[in-house]
Write a protein that binds this ligand. Structure first.
Ligand SMILES: [Zn+2]
Length: 126
């Protein structure tokens, strides 16, 4: 099955749509597909669970601009693609975002750092 026949777990591109990547002003279609979409297609094309790219702790900590108070080594950190796959972003109020988790509709907030863009410290308000 072609990856393009299924919904992309990473960027949420629908069947038949190209994957998209974030730009400064929005998103643009790209000619490649996300690994998560290829993986999902290779597993038969069922609606695969959202894959959160697990960032190795060492890489992750190097990537964060500043040490995050209270963030434990195994706390989840989301890339922009991973965040959008798992959460609907409601509002930005730096350094926080309001989000709704797609799986259960739970409202919550999350912190982010701008560059490189990572989201972390999800707190459910529901
Ligand atoms: Zn994609």
């Amino acid at each position: 099955m072609s990856p393009l026949e299924i919904r992309c777990p990473a960027c949420n591109a629908g069947p038949g749509q190209k994957c998209s990547a974030p730009t400064d002003t929005g998103r643009r279609d790209v000619e490649w597909v996300h690994h998560a979409r290829e993986d999902a297609a290779s597993q038969g094309g069922t609606e695969a669970p959202v894959v959160i790219p697990a960032l190795p702790t060492s890489v992750r900590n190097d990537s964060l601009n500043e040490p995050i108070v209270g963030l434990q080594p195994h706390d989840p950190v989301w890339s922009t693609d991973a965040l959008r796959a798992e959460f609907e972003v409601l509002t930005f109020l730096a350094p926080f975002v309001e989000v709704r988790r797609r799986s259960d509709g739970a409202l919550g907030s999350m912190q982010f750092q701008p560059s490189p863009r990572y989201y972390f410290a999800f707190v459910s308000e529901g």
